[in-house]
Design a binder for this molecule. Structure first.
Ligand code: HEM
Length: 373
């Protein structure tokens, strides 16, 4: 096993034929013991086929409701803060961020919100159970006992009483019911010539994902999409709120954008295209993800059976076959060979993204942040 902070090695293990996802981590990531999802799929060909079925939904090309779905949740979050908390009492922002994320991902994933923001509570313990689940999964991976989850005897009972169940089992059962209904509806609508809601689920069905595979991909979305984005938002907001200089610079950029008409005045919401024009905001987002990388999983790959010769920090190194290489994103994002010897990598300083003149370094650090590839 090898832990690396080298972005070059991380890029190589993702692009060089012969590298494979390590079984000890990815097989453990099955949410349903019987079924792989795109993340847990070890077979590269099957993974790539599934990816091509999903790419149009994820990229937004066939998911025309994406921006509106997210905007509706932003409006709910703002409404909740203004109506229940503003100027009145303390609010746990970290909790509201997760409520927001669960509403966003359920809306874009199944076309129905879990409504945590509307009710300002989580009666089914979705958030709690997702934290417990991730923690348990990580502990089991570390101890090597993950296979116990995949023993049918320890799996949820087929006659589970959904009404009186909470947490992940309830979420899985509810999502499965919605996904089944949506799949049926899709085929009925198609036979009648009706155009279905152009969202992520429709795109997956249209591109040939069905039945248990569709359910598995849907649940992966909830798990992969909520914790990652929730952690990114939490960390970035924390760093901004506790750093007056950054806060003021960001506020000034927003005020200027509103004055110049680049961004709409409240209560209207800024559009993604407009937000991309705010250079400092973009730098804040990148710096938030750099200083506190939201995905810290052991995204490991095994070296090819014949081994590989790799270049790390300008030096050639031979790696024997079958070594599981784990990227450390935290170390990568504080790696001075990426960000510069004189860069104070432990400090939250969005300006670094606006100053980098070395084109190669700029590209490498941007690739590390870009999650769309
Ligand atoms: C800040 C937010 C996010 C970060 C930092 C992030 C990070 C990552 C990373 C690093 C991978 C690669 C895993 C690997 O190499 O095995 C990945 C894969 C994946 N992510 Fe995210 N992600 C984020 C948000 C999301 C969201 C919102 C969704 C769903 C709505 C999502 C769904 C997925 C899926 C399905 C995969 C598997 C892709 C594949 O194997 O081809 N992610 N994510």
């Amino acid at each position: 096993m090898l832990l690396t902070s080298s972005p070059d090695l991380w890029a190589r293990m993702n692009t060089q034929p012969g590298y494979k996802k390590s079984r000890w981590y990815y097989r453990a990531s099955r949410l349903d013991w019987r079924n792989d999802n795109i993340f847990s799929q070890l077979d590269t060909q099957k993974h790539d086929e599934r990816r091509s079925q999903m790419i149009r939904g994820y990229s937004g090309a066939e998911n025309l409701t994406l921006d509106d779905d997210i905007e509706s949740c932003v409006l709910k979050l703002l409404h909740l803060i203004r109506s229940r908390y503003a100027g009145q009492r303390k609010m746990d922002l970290a909790q509201k961020i997760y409520f927001y994320m669960f509403d966003v991902i359920s809306t874009i994933g199944i076309g129905q919100s879990y409504d945590l923001l509307d009710t300002d509570e989580d009666p089914n313990d979705y958030v709690k159970s997702s934290h417990v689940g991730l923690e348990t999964c990580n502990r089991q991976v570390a101890l090597g006992t993950w296979w116990m989850n995949q023993i049918p005897l320890f799996s949820p009972k087929a006659d589970l009483d959904i009404e009186n169940t909470k947490g992940f089992y309830k979420m899985t059962a509810l999502n499965a019911a919605v996904v089944e209904a949506r799949e049926r509806e899709f085929h009925q609508q198609r036979s009648l010539g009706v155009v279905p809601r152009a969202d992520m689920l429709t795109s997956f069905i249209k591109n040939g994902i069905s039945g248990d595979d569709l359910k598995a991909e849907n649940m992966l979305q909830i798990v992969a999409g909520t914790d990652s984005t929730g952690a990114a938002l939490r960390a970035t907001l924390l760093y901004v709120m506790t750093n007056r200089r950054v806060y003021n610079t960001l506020q000034a950029e927003i005020d200027d954008a509103v004055k110049s008409g680049l961004a709409p005045r409240a209560p209207e919401i800024i559009q993604p295209k407009q937000a991309k024009e705010l250079r400092y905001l973009q730098a804040v987002v990148k710096e938030g993800m750099r200083i506190c990388p939201p995905a810290n999983n052991q995204l490991c790959r095994d070296t090819p059976p014949e081994g590989d010769i790799v270049v790390i920090d300008g030096e050639e190194v031979y790696l024997p076959g079958g070594v599981s290489i784990i990227p450390s994103f935290k170390a990568m994002h504080r790696n001075k060979s990426v960000y510069g010897e004189d860069a104070n990598v432990d400090v939250f300083r969005p300006e670094r993204w606006l100053e980098e003149r070395d084109e190669q370094k700029r590209k490498t650090s941007l690739q590390l942040i870009d999650i769309s590839t």
